[in-house]
Structure formats: structure tokens, C-alpha cells
Design a binder for this molecule. Structure first.
Ligand code: 9MR
Length: 359
């Protein structure tokens, strides 16, 4: 397998786009997927890198067998996140027995394609193995199980992932702590412990908290703001805040997203948009697709406006593979490429936002 270095990704078109960016010009939109000039256009990741950001897409292991899909992922994007392959049920299916097959498959694919990898996730209330959820554990036992899991997984992926979602979805909508198995048995201190264990296992990887419905200001993002401020004051290792950004047209655009990103950056942490998709009630029409496009542009501009917003990851890039229809029946069409891997208006909006000059 040929390992492609990063530099050939910067095509002549990317350099031209870069020059245009410096001159404050707008780069011509990408040629249609069928165009023979397609491979000369700068990719979304090329454009993001001109701002010092990455542009990525999650991938789930079975999707790697969809060759056109995996190929496009490998050319258009500069970063990936395993959709499921590094979760607890995959990595420690039996107590103390680790299985890195799925995560390694994605790391190897990413390496071959020149993509960097975000690790997702060390601790979550979902997709825990049944040996863990059905057991009854003393605090000491559960602490040692959590420490061992974090230590083994982080050490295995040391130097292979640049960031970890250490704790995922640990807050309720009202800003109280989610009563997951760890909270119930260990109390809120498990979060600082998890971050410290992750740091001990890899001194260089960026450590994130990650959640949904935190893109705008509100009770839930306020809770993270308070928590991260406290963790910083206590010198607990915390490097970043992940805003998943699973948006839905029917619920409105997040309130004051740019200001919200900025206030976390001002605490001294990076921010990443980690799982972006924008769903709608089906069937979609041109008006909704235009609104979706506008929102993709707005999210991108909000990230680019804050120096410490380091990158954007789509939760899959095409409507061909998306978690949404199974979870929200009757909803979907959430991604910038359609089921046939054709660009939707959202794709052009992403390019436009990535080529616009920012202050
Ligand atoms: O994309 C993931 C999907 O394949 C799984 O079935 C689902 C199980 O809970 O998890 C999905 O990913 C989630 C992510 O890990 C955390 N944020 C919400 C995502 C969508 O549910």
C-alpha cells in the first residue's frame, strides 16, 4: 500500500486558491464530480489548511469496504474519527481483554491516505460492554476498571491519534451531571481522574470533553464552561472542548455559536467541531437544502472566526452512510454529499465559507 505524504495534496489549484485567499478573492467553486478537472480543485481540507485548520469526516469500519466512498474520504478530507471502532464495547469486549482490530483498521486506512485521527471515545454511557453494565462494582473496583481501560487504550494509540474524546456526553440538558455508571459509583471526580489517567498514558495527545447541544450558549454549555474553568484552576489536564454539532433545521441554529466558541477558547482550551451534520424532516426540498447549506457555511465561519477552533469533522460526509435515519425515523439528508456521492448545495457553501477571508 502506498503511503501518501501530505505535500502532494497541495495541488496547483490549492496554491492558486491560497493566493486568491491572500488577495481576498473568492476561489471558483469545485468542478462537478464528473468533471475531468475535478482532481485539480482544492479539497475542503486543502482550503481548511490555508486557515491552519483540518476538515475531516468520521468513518465506521464497514464503510471502508465501500471503495468509492472510502476513496473520496481519503482525497477530500485531512482527518477522520472512527464512528464506533474505538468505543469501549469494541476495545474491551471482555474484562481485561482488549481488541484493537476495528480501531487499528481505521488508523491503518488513515495512515495510508494521509489523514490524522481523533480518538473517540474513552468513556461514554452508551456502547459499554455488558460485562461492565451488568456487573455490580464497588467504587474501588470501578475506578480500577476505568483506569485500566483508559491506560491500555491510550497507550495502544499513542502517536497514532492526535486527540482523544476522553469523556463523552457527561452532562444533561439542564447542566447537571449525567448519572452514568461512573457518576453513580464514583461521583463527579471521575472526570478529572479520567483526564489525568489519559495524560499519564500519553503526555502529548490532546484531551477533550465532547458533547452535543453545546454549540450555542445555554445551560448545558454553561455547565461545561464552569467545569473546564474549574479543571484548569485545579491543574487537571484538559486541552479541548468538542462540540458535536448534530443540528436539525427544525430546532433552529445554535444561539451565539461564534461567541460560545470564543468563550471556551478564552479559557485556554482548543475547540473542535467534532460530529457535524444538519438533518431535516424528509422529504427534503430545495428551500431546506438551501437553508442547510447556509447553516454549514455559518458553522464553518464561526469556527474560522476563532483562532483556537482547530478543525471541523463531519459525522460521515454522505447521506449514503448516516446514523440519522435509524435513530430519527423520517429525518435525514443531513450531509453535504447525497447517496450517490454528488455534491449538495451544502458542499458549495462549505467551500465558500472556507475561501472567504476572515478577520
Ligand atoms: O455513528 C454512531 C452510530 O453508528 C452508532 O450506532 C451510535 C450508537 O450510539 O453512535 C453513533 O455515534 C455517536 C457518537 O459516538 C457520539 N455522539 C452521537 C453520535 C450519533 O449517535
Amino acid at each position: 500500500m502506498r503511503t501518501r505524504t501530505r505535500s502532494p495534496r497541495v495541488t496547483a489549484a490549492a496554491l492558486a486558491a491560497s493566493a486568491a485567499l491572500l488577495l481576498g478573492l473568492t476561489v471558483a467553486p469545485a468542478a462537478d464530480a464528473a468533471s475531468p478537472h475535478r482532481d485539480r480543485a482544492a479539497t475542503l481540507d486543502d482550503l481548511a489548511r490555508q486557515h491552519g485548520r483540518y476538515f475531516g469526516s468520521a468513518v465506521d469500519n464497514p464503510e471502508l469496504a465501500d471503495t468509492p466512498y472510502a476513496d473520496l474520504l481519503g482525497t477530500e478530507f485531512g482527518q477522520t474519527t472512527p464512528g464506533n471502532g474505538m468505543k469501549w464495547d469494541a476495545t474491551e469486549p471482555r474484562r481485561g481483554v482488549f481488541d484493537f482490530t476495528a480501531g487499528d483498521e481505521i488508523v491503518n486506512y488513515a495512515k495510508a491516505k494521509g489523514l490524522k485521527v481523533r480518538g473517540h471515545t474513552l468513556l461514554w454511557h452508551n456502547q459499554l460492554p455488558s460485562w461492565l453494565t451488568s456487573g455490580t462494582w464497588t467504587a474501588d473496583e470501578l475506578r480500577s476498571i476505568l483506569k485500566n481501560h483508559i491506560t491500555k487504550v491510550v497507550k495502544h494509540y499513542r502517536g497514532k491519534v492526535f486527540a482523544w474524546d476522553v469523556a463523552n456526553e457527561i452532562m444533561n440538558e439542564d447542566g447537571t451531571y449525567r448519572e452514568n455508571i461512573f457518576y453513580k459509583t464514583l461521583g463527579p471526580g471521575y472526570i478529572a481522574d479520567a483526564l489525568r489517567w489519559a495524560r499519564a498514558a500519553d503526555p502529548r495527545v490532546k484531551l477533550y470533553l465532547n458533547d452535543y447541544n453545546v454549540e450555542g450558549t445555554g445551560a448545558k454549555s454553561d455547565a461545561y464552561y464552569t467545569l473546564i474553568k474549574r479543571l484548569k484552576a485545579d491543574r487537571v489536564p484538559i486541552d479541548g472542548f468538542g462540540m458535536q454539532a448534530h443540528l436539525a433545521l427544525q430546532y433552529g441554529f445554535p444561539y451565539q455559536m461564534r461567541q460560545n466558541i470564543q468563550r471556551f477558547a478564552d479559557l485556554g482550551v482548543d475547540v473542535a467541531i467534532t460530529e457535524l451534520d444538519i438533518r431535516m424532516i424528509l422529504p427534503s426540498d430545495a428551500t431546506e437544502l438551501a437553508q442547510q447549506a447556509d447553516w454549514y457555511g455559518q458553522v464553518t465561519s464561526a469556527c474560522l472566526a476563532v483562532r483556537r477552533c482547530v478543525g471541523i469533522t463531519l459525522w460521515g460526509y454522505s447521506d449514503r452512510h448516516s446514523w440519522i435515519p435509524a435513530t430519527f425515523p423520517g429525518e435525514g439528508a443531513a450531509l453535504p454529499w447525497d447517496e450517490n456521492l454528488r455534491h449538495k448545495p451544502a458542499y458549495d457553501a462549505l467551500r465558500k465559507a472556507l475561501t472567504a477571508t476572515t478577520s
